[in-house]
Design a protein around this ligand. Structure first.
Ligand SMILES: *Cc1c(COP(=O)(O)O)cnc(C)c1O
Length: 436
């Protein structure tokens, strides 16, 4: 995390001290480093250098317009999974021809929207979708470029909730059925077969399952080409993990680098002579963002010490949803040799799953201290909610010595403005004493 580092004992994002941003926007907030986004993209681009490859950033990892623009500027395409994400990608400046539309349940309206936008590729996941898309495209007098997402039945060896490539998962068409699906698709008037797609899961910390899936794709490509299909594009999906554990000595996680990933692509996929699409999400943004939060109070019971912070599970749900681990660092570096004691870092939301860390050895923390929840750039702000009537927190981007609010804080007024009380519910029932 070189863009996030202590300087003179204060955590900086690039050249901006985090306390300065906290003062300007209040806590909690997300903070992204443009430099880290660019560096992550460059690593991926270098790993695929010399190949006919396009990086289609997976918008769902972090759809903030400024984040997507940072990648669009570098020539990225986008992988979208809804009509809303398609609008986001285009609004951020991604070219329609470089958009891939994935997803197991695209509605007719979304398919029509994507056809009208002229996106580059539809990754279709079922026979039903193949029929619908063909009919819609044919009615418009066009052919939609499709890749069929096959389910390779490979376990990504990641958290159960983010594995997508097993036969028991809802995604794709089972690979043994691929031949039949391609034959049907090829016969339809509104489709043009472009290629084949997979995406077996997220936060993969080993390349073994990916390589197994790539091998299955290579076999399928050979078979489909022998059947006469023009497979000119291979979409490898996303899924490369990041190291969430890095601060605690002896526990550092090692994950494959984009270069390691690129080597597998070169070995298994490049010889097929097709255009390659990669859809990294987390690997491009995960390390480039943090969630900044302030300690409200500390309390302890017989069993545990609790640090209650002003961010909560509605702001960053990964710990509650996946039991995910995020490093937590004080914004002001602890004194050298400060004793660490295990604490639970929790939010104020009324759920026991509202925590950021359990029994985590942290240096002494007091009310008013500001903490950094690290590696929160992916599946953080995008996955937030207003549970407990908590307003969505701002997102800030830093570039060098400049910072900008790239999503303002929602207000409770904004939230209430979305709601109406029907007139048949009548008047407020209780008139306060003395009220007119
Ligand atoms: C979520 C998703 C991705 C990105 O996954 P990461 O693990 O964030 O890299 C890529 N492709 C598809 C189809 C997805 O659903």
């Amino acid at each position: 995390m070189s863009e996030f580092a202590y300087r003179n004992g204060v955590m900086h994002v690039e050249d901006v001290p985090l306390p300065r941003i906290a003062e300007a926007v209040g806590t909690p907030f997300y903070c992204y480093s443009r430099g880290a986004l660019v560096r992550a993209y460059a690593a991926f681009a270098a790993a695929l250098g010399g190949l006919d490859a396009t990086i289609c950033y997976s918008i769902k990892a972090n759809g903030n317009l400024a984040v997507v623009r940072a990648f669009a500027e570098l020539g990225a395409g986008a992988d979208v999974v809804s009509g809303g994400e398609l609008e986001r990608a285009l609004a951020a400046g991604i070219r329609p021809a470089q958009v891939v539309f994935s997803g197991v349940g695209k509605t007719r309206a979304e398919l029509a929207q994507a056809l009208a936008a002229g996106i580059g590729q539809f990754n279709v996941e079922s026979e039903a979708e193949i029929e619908t898309l063909s009919a819609l495209a044919h009615a418009r007098g066009t052919r939609a470029a499709v890749a069929i997402r096959i389910n390779p039945d490979i376990d990504a060896l990641t958290h159960d909730k983010i594995a997508t490539g097993r036969a028991s998962d809802k995604f794709g068409i089972p690979w043994p059925d691929a031949r039949v699906a391609y034959r049907r698709a090829a016969a339809l008037p509104g489709l043009a077969i472009a290629g084949i797609a997979i995406h077996i899961g997220s936060q993969m910390t080993s390349l073994v399952p990916l390589e197994a899936a790539f091998c299955r794709v290579a076999d399928a490509v050979a078979m489909l080409r022998a059947d006469g299909h023009g497979i000119r594009r291979i979409d490898l999906g996303g899924g490369l993990g990041i190291a969430y554990r890095f601060a605690v000595e002896g526990q550092s996680e090692t994950v494959p680098s984009p270069a390691d990933y690129g080597a597998v692509v070169r070995r298994v996929i490049a010889p097929l002579g097709a255009e390659i699409i990669c859809e990294p999400g987390r690997a491009l943004v995960g390390d480039a963002g943090v969630l900044v939060t302030q300690v409200i109070l500390c309390k302890r019971n017989k069993a545990r010490a609790f640090v209650v912070v002003d961010a909560a599970m509605n702001d960053l749900i990964r710990p509650a949803l996946y039991g995910a681990y995020h490093e937590i660092l004080p914004v002001r570096a602890p004194a050298a040799g400060a004793e660490r004691a295990p604490v639970d870092v929790v939010g104020p939301v009324c759920e026991s799953s509202d925590f950021f860390a359990r029994e985590r050895p942290l240096p002494p923390v007091a009310a008013g201290d500001v903490l950094v929840v690290a590696s929160a750039g992916a599946y953080g702000a995008v996955n937030s909610s207003t549970y407990n009537a908590r307003a969505l927190v701002p997102e800030v981007m830093v570039s060098g010595n400049a910072f900008a609010v790239v999503r303002r804080r929602l207000t409770v007024t904004d939230m209430l403005a979305l709601e109406t009380v029907p007139d048949w519910l009548g008047e407020r029932p209780v008139a306060r004493r003395g009220a007119a």
